[in-house]
Every structure is written in C-alpha cells, then in structure tokens.
Design a protein around this ligand. Structure first.
Ligand SMILES: [Zn+2]
Length: 151
C-alpha cells in the first residue's frame, strides 16, 4: 500500500512503505538523496514533518502527515505549522503498523475516509462534501473546532 497521490512526485520519509512509479521511499527520512529527488510532495510521520518544518524545503503539491494506529491524529497546531512551513495543502493519512492505509483525508478536509478497518471508531456516515459516500473518521480541524465549541 502506498499512501500518496500517484500524480505527484512524492518522497515517503518512513520505513515500511512501497514505492510506486512516482513515489520513492526514503526509510531514513529526509537526507541528500531525498533532496536530490526534488519531491513535489512529502509523506512523513508528524515528528519528521516537525523537523523538516525548520528547514526551507520547497514543495509544489502537498504534505501528507502519516499518523499511526494507537497514536493521536494530526493536531490543529501541527496542521497549521505544516501549512505555514511548506505552503501546500496538508492531508492526513492514517496507517496501521504494517503501513497499510486505513483512512485518508480528502480534498474537502472533513475527516478521513475509511479504506479498511477502523471498526473501533465512531464514523461519520453522511455524504462528504467531496462527494464520496464512504464513512469517515470524525477528526480533523472542523471536528476539533466543534468539540471546542461544545465544551
Ligand atoms: Zn471527502
């Protein structure tokens, strides 16, 4: 399973994933070979993205924040940090310990559409603004804002 948009040249900065025609895996994270690849998009765990946010890396397409099973989702603060640092849209992709994609954020940024599993979560079942009817994990900035309003 690869967690990325296949149309853009993507550096996956984490071990365990498989490359594709347009995505290359750099299991040790950002290094010179990743820089030479000149990715348009980066897919990386939140920790790695925080580290990269300190450097001036130019991206053209997107940032994919990989979040793992049994860990917390992408926070609003990290999402804003990555947006400011990289200047491209941020998408969360939720994967299991074997790097299989479980849920993925769409263009509407209204939660993560379930790809497989996720039975332990309460899911949104209304049709998403993107038109996709698959259920979504109720998280992401809108949900957190709502939670804050209701608190
Ligand atoms: Zn959607």
């Amino acid at each position: 399973m690869h967690p990325v948009n296949p149309s853009s040249r993507t550096a996956i900065l984490a071990p365990g994933f498989q490359g594709t025609r347009t995505a290359r895996v750099f299991p040790n994270g950002w290094d010179e070979s990743a820089a030479r690849f000149q990715p348009q998009s980066i897919a990386a765990p939140v920790e790695e993205l925080r580290r990269l946010a300190q450097q001036s890396i130019q991206l053209e397409h997107s940032v994919i924040a990989l979040t793992y099973e049994e860990e917390s989702g992408l926070s609003v603060a990290d999402r804003e940090l990555f947006w400011r640092a990289f200047g491209v849209p941020v998408f969360e992709q939720y994967v299991d310990r074997k790097c299989r994609l479980l849920a993925t954020e769409c263009e509407a940024h209204a939660g993560l559409h379930v790809v497989s599993g996720c039975d332990e979560f309460r899911l949104e079942r209304e049709t998403c603004a993107c038109g996709d009817r698959s259920p979504r994990l109720s998280r992401g900035p809108r949900v957190e804002e709502l939670v804050e309003l209701l608190a």
